[in-house]
Design a protein around this ligand. Structure first.
Ligand code: ZN
Length: 313
């Protein structure tokens, strides 16, 4: 048996070599072959909303620029990002040992029999997504605060830079919070401050999850992913059967984020204006997901496709 164990990647000498030998990494210019196609199909499976791999590259089984972009996206959006910190500061578009092993682990998943591990993984991924989202939100707040006065001749150019640098962040916030996408408006600044505070509080929440399945708060609620009560002693968030049997990795992550917003008092409400948006746990949870996943174009539960598409990355 080789090093890789997922159905998609196992028993391929070239991929096993990629997982064990630094010089066998795959990159633009690597010789084409069926092993490249396996990587391409695995990327599409793991990141269905990621950058599209060109059909011609797949037909030729070639590691071309769109394959490189999909690898780069996978490495950036992996939690934690795949960087060899021994010599790298940023993610590169090469599929090496860490990347192929991470893909293999993601494809293979954690056995469903180990529900505690599934719950822990989702909890950690939720915390990591909040940290990424907060990095973007705080950077946006800093850049808004650095804008010159609107009467200053330098304002126009500074604003153009800000709108470009934060195009996805601004679009996500404006659309989900029903705001005009003017980052210099008081309404936008107030909303940004509120989202940052909610995310900080969520991140500060001590771990409070229970593998409940069909028991606890989940009893009698077969359609629910999880149920939370803020007023009971820990654990306040009970993870229900379909969380373990149905939900993908991203959705499991975002369910935890969503439930922890319930602990802060947010509900499950419909949203038609900014005030309502701040009462709805899923609005803020999906903002976190859309900021952390820089190519995501719909909610992790499959709903609400972004029309028109959100800017990326
Ligand atoms: Zn809810």
């Amino acid at each position: 048996m080789g090093v890789l164990i997922s159905d998609e990647l196992k028993d391929d000498p070239k991929l096993d070599a990629c997982a064990t030998t630094p010089s066998a990494h795959l990159k633009v210019g690597s010789p084409p072959g069926p092993h490249i196609l396996k990587v391409q199909l695995a990327l599409e499976r793991l990141r269905p909303t990621g950058p599209k791999i060109d059909d011609a590259e797949k037909r030729a089984m070639r590691y071309g620029p769109t394959t490189a972009a999909a690898v780069l996206n996978y490495k950036k959006t992996h939690v934690p990002p795949i960087i060899n910190t021994a010599y790298q500061h940023d993610v590169d578009p090469i599929c090496g040992q860490m990347t192929i092993k991470a893909m293999d682990a993601d494809l293979n998943g954690t056995p469903l029999s180990d529900r505690d591990a599934v719950a822990d993984r989702a909890h950690e991924a939720s915390r990591a997504a909040l940290r990424v989202a907060l990095t973007h939100l705080r950077s946006l707040r800093t850049d808004i605060n650095l804008l010159p006065s609107s009467s200053d001749p330098a304002f126009g150019a500074a604003m153009v830079n800000l709108l470009f640098k934060h195009k996805r962040n601004i679009a996500v916030l404006a659309r989900r919070l029903v705001l005009t996408p003017d980052p210099n408006s008081q309404a936008f600044k107030d909303a940004l401050a509120k989202v940052i505070l909610l995310c900080e509080r969520n991140l500060a929440q001590a771990k409070t999850i229970k593998v409940a399945g069909t028991t606890g708060f989940c009893a009698g609620h077969p359609g629910d992913h999880a149920r939370t009560s803020a007023s009971v002693p820990d654990p306040k968030t009970h993870l229900c059967e379909i969380f373990f049997t149905n939900d993908g990795l991203d959705l499991q992550r975002d369910v935890i984020t969503h439930e922890y917003f319930h602990i802060q008092g947010l509900g499950d409400n419909s949203v038609t204006n900014t005030a309502q948006a701040f009462t709805n746990a899923n609005t803020i949870a999906q903002i976190v997901a859309l900021l952390a996943d820089r190519f995501r174009q719909r909610n992790s539960d499959g709903g609400e496709p972004a029309v028109p598409p959100l800017p990326a990355p």
